[in-house]
Design a protein around this ligand. Structure first.
Ligand code: FES
Ligand SMILES: [Fe+2]
Length: 350
């Protein structure tokens, strides 16, 4: 169930250059490169002649030349030259994709080109370009379906069990009050915890092991974007509750994920985990990086293990939720799945 009429992150800006980059997005093989003006280009990565990926070829100015028999394709995907003949047949063209580059991400529109509206590119990671924030960024090819990753990010009770050496502790799973909100174009779940013991990382950065009020706000934006605000204050002090969802309070961090399905069961995960420099000072940057990379690796191990278990038992319904039942903490991720199903149905009908 892959939604096509959306912008997807295809690459970090720095990975798209004058060497063609082949990447599978939603099951389609795409080649990315920059034209002479520096703008990114995305074309079908399959030569119209005999299917060699164009990423095996070479750039010639603004065009790409196939590495097999030398057909040349322009930025619009139309063939401009066939070696040894004067005419270029009408079939000699490859699909071209709308592309937008914003901050440090290259977005590709995977649906009908006439629907590609740059205004729909999510305004999603301003912190990446903001020098007041220290950001750990990267990407992983997850051997798991994108909804398994979304599940993880919409149910942060898992920090207790998966990240107990850094951001999780017992109180997080047992003592949270959950509020889930849903509009047409997002699902947001807020976890409130009052007067709980701080998890290890909170003690490490604040030097205080006294009780805290803590909040986690995860917002899903279709097709597969997540941002998370993690914040805390001294228990009973600090920010009024209504100001907290946009703030880290005394200590916290923000998390951004853009998930682009490679296939139904593999996912390009682009991530940024950022701390305001007042909370992650220069001498703590290496520690923060190590901790957050550790957290990402812990999560990766979970979704890849889930996918292996799902693959061994097709009766579980592919990557979908276990048909045996759900628990209270599943509310947001069930809404996310319903939203994806609704949008998928709308695309099909259109
Ligand atoms: S396969 Fe590309 S030119 Fe023949
Ligand atoms: Fe996690």
């Amino acid at each position: 169930m892959l939604l096509r009429n959306h912008w997807y992150v295809a690459a970090w800006s720095e990975d798209v250059g004058r060497t063609p980059l082949g990447r599978v997005l939603l099951g389609e093989y795409v080649v990315l490169f920059r034209g002479l003006d520096g703008a990114p280009v995305a074309l079908e990565n399959r030569c119209a002649h005999r299917n060699l990926p164009l990423s095996e070829g070479r750039l010639d100015g603004d065009e790409i030349e196939c590495g097999y028999h030398g057909l040349v394709f322009g930025r619009d995907g139309v063939c401009t030259h066939v070696p040894g003949q004067a005419d270029v047949p009408g079939w000699a063209r490859v699909k071209s994709y709308p592309v937008v580059e914003r901050d440090r991400w290259v977005f590709v529109w995977m649906g009908a080109p006439q629907d590609a509206d740059p205004a729909l590119v999510p305004d999603y990671h301003a912190r990446l370009a903001d020098p007041d924030w220290y950001a750990v960024t990267g990407q992983t090819l997850v051997k798991g379906g994108y909804r398994l990753v979304l599940d993880n990010l919409l149910d942060l009770s898992h920090l207790t069990y998966v990240h107990s050496s850094t951001t999780g502790n017992r109180a997080l799973a047992e003592e949270a009050t959950l509020i889930t909100e849903e509009e047409d174009d997002f699902v947001r779940v807020t976890r409130w915890m009052e007067g709980i013991p701080p998890a290890p990382a909170f003690v490490q950065y604040t030097g205080d092991d006294g009780p805290i009020d803590r909040w986690q706000v995860s917002k899903f934006i279709p097709p597969a974007y997540i941002d998370i605000c993690n914040g805390s204050t001294v228990a009973g002090e600090g920010l009024p509750q209504e100001e907290r969802p946009a703030s880290q309070g005394r200590w916290g961090f923000v998390v951004y994920h853009a998930l682009t399905p490679e296939t139904e069961t593999t996912t390009h995960q682009f991530y940024a985990v950022a701390g305001h420099r007042s909370m992650v000072p220069a001498h703590m940057e290496a520690t923060f990086t190590e901790q957050m990379m550790g957290v990402l690796a812990e999560d990766l191990a979970v979704y890849e293990a889930q996918q292996r278990a799902i693959d061994l038992d097709p009766e579980t319904g592919g990557a979908d939720v276990n048909p045996r039942g759900t628990i209270a903490a599943d509310d947001a991720l069930l809404r996310m799945r319903r939203m994806i199903r609704r949008l998928y149905g709308e695309e099909r009908r259109a």
